[in-house]
Design a protein around this ligand. Structure first.
Ligand SMILES: Nc1ncnc2c1ncn2[C@@H]1O[C@H](COP(=O)(O)OP(=O)(O)OP(=O)(O)O)[C@@H](O)[C@H]1O
Ligand SMILES: [Mg+2]
Length: 343
């Protein structure tokens, strides 16, 4: 078949349909259909959700069980090497040799990707400067701090000027300064360098700071994807501060069909329609509760995560309950439709 360059290529950097990856009987990715556009996307999900498995599948490093996947229109089943030429991968595990200096490690990664040794060495100097390791480039990696090792990992990912960076928990274990530097560098690579970024993180702030889209996985299933601002708009909340009869007001609002989250006198009520503000005032008048403040709540990514997880039947107070410390959150009864969907 003859193709005119650009004409039939998709607008997506990554596209999968019904992608399944099983490890023996364990289904790590369960019929995932992703569409990721250029730019910065955060990949969220509790431990064991399938994030790293997704990355390895996209890179063509592990064989998928069924379904389809394309990165830059290249098939993940058959074109792994060509895909890896265009992706800079920062894995979650230690991938650097502690016994060699940073400059040779980074140059070697370029050579592994097929770069000419002279060009690769020249480029290694540039990327190490870019990630803030100019002074330390002749030091053995074994002497590096965690922040410096993460920066060196980023340098190896950037050596071939990739079109897409896949970063698995890039700020893990970093202190505030190193974390800020890592995020700023990744952000610059997207905004100035015009690369796309797919970043797994358990820190909502990190994702919100540099990504405008998210993909959320849970037990191998895709549970949300899209622009953060669009996803936030699905469940807009009204925040009220009530005084007196707060429990009665909460019950009345629930009777009126509102989803209410209450912490003391502060309640967040999921807006139903344009009449919701009046309806809330009516409920307060009926129960004798005073409303001292009412405002549309400016949702954060943290709020969005909690709302989505509540829909899946998890009772969590913060994302760290699920993301940072493992699946320790208290599971309450999942809604019927989710049980039926096997989520
Ligand atoms: N090589 C393997 N063999 C068998 N099971 C595996 C293998 N790799 C991953 N798994 C399982 O697949 C599931 C998804 O694992 P994966 O590492 O992709 O999750 P993750 O979202 O990256 O988790 P984390 O946040 O802990 O890094 C887990 O249940 C894990 O135990
Ligand atoms: Mg992982």
């Amino acid at each position: 078949m003859v193709q005119v360059q650009g004409e039939t290529l998709s607008d997506y950097v990554i596209e999968t349909s019904d992608l399944v990856k099983s490890y023996g009987p364990h289904v790590a990715l369960d019929s995932v259909s992703l569409k990721i556009t250029p730019g910065a996307t955060g990949l969220l999900g509790p431990n064991g959700a399938g994030k790293s498995t997704m990355f390895k599948s996209l890179l063509g490093l592990i064989g998928i069980t069924s379904g389809q996947g394309k990165v830059f229109d290249l098939d993940i089943r058959t074109q792994g090497p060509a895909i890896r030429q265009r992706i800079g991968y920062m894995p979650e595990y230690e991938c650097l040799n502690p016994g060699i200096d940073a400059i040779h490690q980074v140059a070697y990664s370029g050579e592994l990707l097929g770069m000419n040794p002279v060009v690769s060495m020249q480029r290694a100097h540039e990327v190490l400067e870019y990630v803030g390791l100019r002074e330390q480039r002749y030091r053995e990696i074994g002497t590096f701090s965690t922040g410096m090792r993460q920066a060196a990992k980023l340098a190896t990912a950037l050596i071939h000027d990739p079109d897409l960076i896949i970063a698995d928990e890039p700020t893990n274990g970093l202190d505030t300064t190193a974390r800020d530097f890592m995020l700023n560098t990744l952000e610059q690579t997207v905004t100035i360098g015009q690369s796309s970024l797919l970043m797994a993180s358990h820190l909502m702030d990190d994702v919100e700071r540099i990504c405008n889209r998210i993909v959320m996985l849970h037990k191998g299933k895709l549970i949300a994807q899209g622009k953060i601002e669009d996803l936030k708009a699905i469940d807009q909340e009204i925040e009220i501060h009530s005084w007196g009869h707060s429990s009665d007001l909460e019950v009345e609002l629930k009777n009126r069909g509102y989803n209410v989250r209450r912490t003391g006198r502060v309640m967040r009520i999921v807006k139903k329609d344009e009449n919701s503000h009046n309806d809330i005032l009516g409920a307060a008048a009926k129960t004798g509760s005073q409303i001292r403040r009412m405002q549309d709540h400016e949702a954060s990514l943290e709020d969005l995560f909690i709302v989505i997880m509540e829909k899946l039947g998890y009772s969590i107070k913060s994302s760290s309950d699920l993301l940072a410390s493992g699946p320790s959150a208290r599971k309450v009864d999942a809604p019927l439709e989710m049980k039926e969907a096997g989520i």
